[in-house]
Write a protein of this length. Structure first.
Length: 133
């Protein structure tokens, strides 16, 4: 049995909560520059399809994309969980092309709120293939 599979109901709930937070991070990153472009939508929907999300899940995500940007839930959910904070930051990076000053500022603010040092964010950026600007 894989150690990645949830072993208990509590493990399953935690996995679902983390998945929801990662998805929320991706959506928020796409909103960072004030607009969600077609590439960002396709990138997020593609990730949903990869993990087997059904049409209802995809509609939910598209609805969430229309809501205002808000990171408080993400930041508070990661307190004391540096691995989850790193996942949130990595998911945010993978959701967008960091090509505007608004997106760069958003990521800096997110990293700060998540308690990630510049060294950690640089390593995550390298892992996801983000080119230094």
């Amino acid at each position: 049995m894989s150690t990645l599979e949830p072993q208990t109901q509590a493990d399953q709930q935690e996995l679902e909560q983390h998945t929801e937070l990662v998805l929320e991070a991706m959506i928020n990153a796409a909103k960072a520059d004030g607009q969600i472009d077609e590439k960002e939508i396709q990138r997020i929907v593609g990730k949903l399809q990869e993990v087997g999300a059904d049409a209802e899940d995809q509609r939910y995500v598209l609805t969430q994309m229309q809501k205002p940007l808000e990171n408080g839930k993400l930041i508070s959910a990661t307190r004391g969980q540096p691995e989850l904070a790193a996942q949130i930051y990595a998911a945010s990076l993978m959701a967008i092309e960091v090509d505007t000053s608004a997106e760069k500022a958003y990521l800096e603010k997110l990293a700060s709120g998540l308690g990630l040092t510049s060294e950690v964010t640089r390593r995550i950026e390298q892992m996801v293939g983000l080119q230094p600007v």
